[in-house]
Design a protein around this ligand. Structure first.
Ligand SMILES: Nc1ncnc2c1ncn2[C@@H]1O[C@H](COP(=O)(O)OP(=O)(O)OP(=O)(O)O)[C@@H](O)[C@H]1O
Ligand SMILES: [Mg+2]
Length: 267
């Protein structure tokens, strides 16, 4: 929205710090005009995407739709040598020029598939090697105990090496490590992949719990059936573009989601 869109609107009142994570008008995470090309091929072209405080935005789509490309570009990670254009804002601050580690320091965190875990370190060690983090607005820096409270299974496995963990436990550990970095916005790339259905529910429900504390979440999922129960809004990506976007309730009835992902027939 440009300022000209605001002509005639009432002057905006300054935003005072909210005592609780009530939904605020300004998005925590905002992306505009983001495009990514590998060689000559455009893999992603997203005009605008917003996630508000305490909201869980789901991003779904088939293999190769551009989901990982999207979150990697937002986090400032590059796989190969993509050409990235566009802007990424966190609480209104433009992070586009920052490298990945500075975006993380600012509170924009990505949990890739199981990759934030050190295989040759124990769970305890994985949860103690983090740099000191300066807490900022709306950022809670978890300590190891808080991570264990969220994922009691990790406490039981605290002496095991990262490489000895199951897929679900690795995923929990990866999320735990991200939480210790005090995320303002947390992005997760297919946290449920390869997990048993009961664990999928556990991990996704934890996202809901975290959102209720005010954490802003962008969740990439292929498991639309599981995701739609816990997200607030859903975005469907196809060939790198947003083809439909709406509330979870509206998306449940959208034929593009229902037919392709929920297995229901158009009536
Ligand atoms: N490093 C790269 N070099 C060239 N092309 C790439 C690279 N990474 C991804 N692509 C291409 O970009 C497109 C989007 O890939 P991406 O990994 O973002 O999809 P995805 O939606 O995450 O898929 P999946 O569900 O399989 O993880 C695909 O066509 C893919 O082949
Ligand atoms: Mg992917």
């Amino acid at each position: 929205m440009s300022t000209s869109d605001l002509k005639g609107a009432a002057p905006l009142r300054p935003i005072s710090p909210a005592p609780s994570p009530a939904p605020s008008a300004a998005p925590v995470l905002r992306v505009s005009g983001l495009s990514v090309a590998y060689g000559g091929n455009t893999a992603l072209s997203v005009d605008a995407l917003e996630v508000r405080e305490g909201e869980v935005l789901g991003v779904v789509g088939a293999n190769g739709a551009g989901k990982s490309t999207l979150v990697n570009a937002i986090a400032g990670w590059s796989r190969g040598a993509p050409r990235v254009a566009g802007r990424v804002f966190l609480d209104g601050a433009d992070l586009s020029a920052l490298p990945a580690h500075d975006r993380a320091r600012a509170g924009l965190l990505l949990v890739p598939e199981g990759k934030l875990v050190f295989g040759q370190m124990t769970v305890d060690e994985n949860l103690s090697v983090l740099a000191e983090v300066a807490a900022g607005k709306g950022r809670r820096v978890y300590d190891r105990e808080a991570v264990f409270e969220l994922f009691p299974r990790l406490r039981e496995r605290r002496g095991h090496l990262g490489s000895q963990l199951s897929g679900g436990e690795r995923q929990m550990l990866g999320i735990g490590r991200a939480l210790m970095l005090g995320p303002r916005a947390l992005m997760l790339d297919e946290p449920s992949i390869g997990l048993a259905p009961r664990l999928v529910a556990t991990v996704l429900q934890t996202m809901r719990t975290l959102a209720s504390t005010g954490l802003t979440i962008l969740l990439v999922e292929q498991n639309v059936r599981a995701a739609i129960d816990i997200v607030d809004r859903l975005v469907l990506l196809e060939r790198g573009r947003v083809v439909v976007e709406g509330s979870a309730a509206a998306m449940r009835d959208d034929p593009r989601i229902a037919q392709a992902y929920l297995g229901t027939k158009e009536s």
